[in-house]
Design a protein around this ligand. Structure first.
Ligand code: GLY
Length: 395
């Protein structure tokens, strides 16, 4: 079949709802593979959770008990990042800023040291490459830290990327690969009643038809009108407020990404110091609150007293797509041809390359890569339903 005919055949088309980094990453892979792809975004690409993120690629520092399986996915993503940036630059002409100084998780007093030791023991027991730093070693690395800072875990492999630049370069790479983009385009209803033809009604009155539909609409995925119950992920919005201070780039207060028990600080090369983030169960209330901003500034000042003189240049909020078990939901649902890529919680930027690869592979080959298989929607089925299914399979 000629490539052009294939591209114009609407019933071969893939539609992706959501133009954040995950939707764009999937779209880019599929468009590069020659599929006809349309991304439908109700606002502008990369303006929701992607915009609100801090770009930390923190597989090790953020790993908590119970997340051992997720660690396989996040560590894989970390390994992919350097070559992913090369590919992205070659395809888009844009290279998002990437910093590899690593991450410090600091204890600011003796009580915090005890908790940090526990964290260090747990994370090193998983084989993560982490280094314990005493207070003087820590302050040698970061001289602007409060003098009483007592200890830290140093994670050399937890880097950071500029998430907003990432969205721009992914969008350009997607468009350069021939992907189609509909921005400012609300989905008013989905009709998934036919196995090989999904209908996506838009606010403009148009109806798109697709053989394959991918839902990558972050915290909004579950609420898409017409989404069949069998395909609804247990995902909800988890609000985060953040702010940015402006440092003089040549006089940066910080080189590493810094975590304390209250906040994280992410220094950008242009002198912005991002301080985040609250974690709030407030539905889709996007207000910036005095309490939220106070907590962030107070938490950052405990670690870096020098921030007091810096101008506050931006504050924002966003909605992490939080899943019931804090892990993403990836892959085809019980509705044939309907795929999910949501629930990335705190790891959307880190997991974008893996999400793009895995969902594209599933669509192109029919098989979800091994590392993503524990993260399908099937894991939320009641145990009784899972038992029944395996019983039937062996009959
Ligand atoms: N990963 C950063 C955050 O969720 O705030």
């Amino acid at each position: 079949m000629a490539q052009e005919n294939f591209r114009n055949t609407t019933d071969q088309q893939t539609v992706i709802i959501g133009g954040g980094v995950c939707g764009l990453a999937i779209g880019w892979e599929l468009a590069e593979a020659g599929l006809a792809v349309t991304i439908v975004e109700r606002g502008h690409c990369g303006r929701e959770a992607t915009h609100a993120a801090a770009g930390m690629l923190a597989a090790a520092a953020e790993c908590e008990p119970g997340e051992e399986q997720l660690l396989q996915l996040t560590r894989w993503a970390q390994q992919l990042w350097p070559s992913y940036l090369d590919r992205l630059e070659a395809s888009s002409g844009l290279r998002p800023d990437y910093r590899d100084e690593g991450t410090l998780v600091v204890a600011l007093n003796r009580d915090e040291v005890e908790r940090l030791r526990f964290r260090h023991e747990f994370q090193t027991s998983l084989g993560l490459p982490l280094t314990w730093l005493e207070g003087h070693e820590l302050r040698e690395r970061e001289p602007h830290l409060r003098q009483s800072a007592a200890a830290a875990i140093y994670s050399a492999e937890d880097h950071q990327v500029d998430n907003r630049q990432l969205a721009e370069s992914l969008k350009q790479a997607y468009l350069n690969a021939g992907g189609r983009l509909r921005e400012d385009c609300e989905v008013t209803s989905l009709d998934c009643s036919e196995p090989t033809r999904k209908r996506i009604s838009l606010g403009s009155g148009e109806v798109l038809e697709a053989k394959t539909l991918v839902l990558a609409a972050g915290a909004w995925t579950r609420g898409l009108p017409g989404l069949p119950d069998a395909a609804k992920p247990p995902v909800r919005p988890l609000k985060g407020q953040s702010l940015a201070l402006q440092m003089v780039p040549q006089e940066s207060l910080l080189a590493h990404v810094l975590w304390t028990e209250q906040i994280y600080c992410v220094p950008r090369r242009d002198g912005r110091l991002i301080i985040g983030a609250t974690v709030e169960e407030r539905g889709f209330d996007d207000s910036i609150t005095a309490g939220g901003i106070y907590a962030l500034i107070e938490g950052a000042r405990r670690a870096l007293p020098g921030i007091e003189d810096l101008p506050l240049i931006e504050s924002w909020s966003g909605f992490r797509p939080g899943c019931r078990d804090d892990a993403p939901v990836l892959g085809e649902t019980p509705v044939p041809g309907l795929h999910l890529a949501t629930g990335h919680h705190r790891n959307g930027i880190l997991l974008a390359p893996v999400t793009g690869h895995c969902i594209a592979q599933e669509i192109l080959t029919g098989a979800l890569p091994e590392a993503a298989r524990p993260f399908t929607l099937a894991r939320f089925k009641p145990l009784s339903a899972r038992r029944k299914k395996s019983h039937l399979q062996y009959q």
